[in-house]
Design a protein around this ligand. Structure first.
Ligand code: RFL
Length: 395
């Protein structure tokens, strides 16, 4: 049986950042990833990095390409009632910028750097199963390259996303689950067209939310609010462009650049948290432990934040036997998780068209406008938005 110090399930942002940070402390790990390297390096997801995420990656030598190719961002364009309102979040939050850099590019960088440093990542690891999590030497069984394998560890890090095996490996009754499904979804598209904006657009229109996010100078990302149970077959390309034109329109002559759609899908808007984020020697991080609706662009940032907390706690344990960081892991992470839950929930309700069957919907729509006006016009409200959006430093 093979042995390592920390067995990491999942090569997403949480698992890969954790492997890097542990290696800096001389702690060995093996990362077990269900899919191929080519697949995870092409999987389109997040794109907006908080200032503290960028600083973490940069300060650990993981951000060289990200800093070269990423697009720095200093403000957001909030649209409602046909007017645009710029929220200069960098000015409102101590000069901190955000960076647009696609998640799959970051994953590709983290994989390349890990392998170059001699790190162990097993791709296409199938049938991963966790055993003895309440003992001092948990084991992971899996199949790779056609053979059954077993890995003994001191700790298991469950970084395998929302649909992984780590969370379901915890015995029933240990975890408390909190969840909410929002009554709308997002049609997300990637189009081969230069951006029509320098800054991310969030627009509320009577027909629903529309968002224009950025990727590169040739590729743009757009989102449209749809029904929670809608299917992508209802969204031919013509309808998507028509809705984007209508919902993003302003009364000052702004125009939308259109081009071929290269990818489209529907994302559900879900909030989910488990407590605690640990069981015995299993520590759960990232989407495996919590999900936020994509509105606030927080999921990947939160996943990397968990990895940072876990790496520091494990380093203390290995260096001096101090287990206080590990004992506090769940509580430390959950403080930020709930701050981000509240922000993502607040922003989601502010920027989506409320469904007609919601109780008191007429009243709530008026409140929503009052809220948008306040964020757009008040420096204090703008500063609160900025602190959360750019990434609150201490929670
Ligand atoms: P990941 O990225 O899902 O990685 C988990 C890894 O585990 C593997 N895996 C397994 N491996 C072995 N055995 C198993 N049984 C396994 N099951 C799964 C998976 O293949 C995968 O490689 O989780 P992690 O590391 O926690 O990272 C979380 C982020 O990926 C996620 O929160 C973000 O993508 C969310 N998100 C955004 N986050 C941001 O910070 N900024 C954004 O701008 C942003 N935009 C978004 C988003 C998510 C979106 N979708 C797809 C819901 C936009 C969208 C549309």
């Amino acid at each position: 049986m093979a042995r390592t110090q920390v067995g990491i399930v999942g090569a997403g942002p949480a698992g890969l950042v954790l492997a890097h940070l542990l290696a800096e402390h001389g702690i060995q790990s093996v990362v077990l990833e269900k899919y191929s390297r080519a697949y995870i390096e092409k999987r389109v997801r997040a794109g907006l990095l908080e200032h503290r995420t960028v600083e973490l990656l940069r300060s650990h030598g993981l951000g060289e390409r990200m800093l070269r190719e990423g697009l720095a961002h200093r403000g957001t364009d909030l649209r409602f009632g046909g007017a645009r309102h710029r929220i200069p979040y960098t000015d409102l939050y101590g000069g901190r910028e955000m960076l647009v850099y696609a998640q799959q590019e970051l994953v590709a960088d983290l994989v390349r750097l890990r392998l170059a440093a001699g790190g162990d990542i097993v791709f296409e690891a199938e049938e991963v199963a966790l055993h003895g999590l309440d003992s001092e030497s948990p084991r992971i069984t899996y199949r790779a390259a056609g053979e059954a394998r077993e890995l003994e560890c001191d700790f298991v890090a469950g970084c395998d996303g929302f649909h992984g095996v780590s969370r379901p490996s915890v015995p029933a009754g240990v975890l408390t689950t909190y969840e909410q499904r929002l009554p709308f979804g997002w049609v997300g598209i990637l189009a081969a067209v230069p951006p029509s904006t320098h800054e991310i657009i969030y627009a509320l229109h009577a027909r629903g939310f529309a968002g224009h996010m950025l990727r590169t100078s040739e590729i743009s990302r757009f989102y449209l609010q749809c029904d929670a149970d809608d299917v992508i077959e209802n969204w031919p390309d013509d309808r998507i462009w028509e809705e984007l034109r209508t919902r993003l329109a302003t009364n000052d002559g702004w125009t939308l650049k259109e081009g071929p759609i290269i990818e489209k899908n529907i994302t559900e808007m879900r909030s989910f948290v488990i407590e605690p984020m640990r069981y015995g020697r299993l520590y759960i991080a990232g989407d495996a432990a919590h999900i936020v609706p994509p509105t606030g662009a927080k999921g990947m940032n939160l996943a990397i934040s968990d990895a940072r907390v876990l790496a520091a706690a494990l380093a203390d344990w290995y260096q001096s036997g101090d287990d206080s960081g590990l004992e506090a892991y769940s509580e430390t992470c959950l403080r930020r998780v709930w701050r981000v839950q509240e922000f993502s929930n607040w922003m989601s309700w502010m920027i989506h068209c409320l469904p007609d069957d919601l109780p008191d919907v007429a009243y709530r729509r008026r409140l929503q406008l009052a809220q948008l006006e306040y964020v757009a016009r008040s420096a204090a409200a703008g500063a609160s938005f900025a602190e959360n959006y750019v990434g609150i430093e201490d929670v």
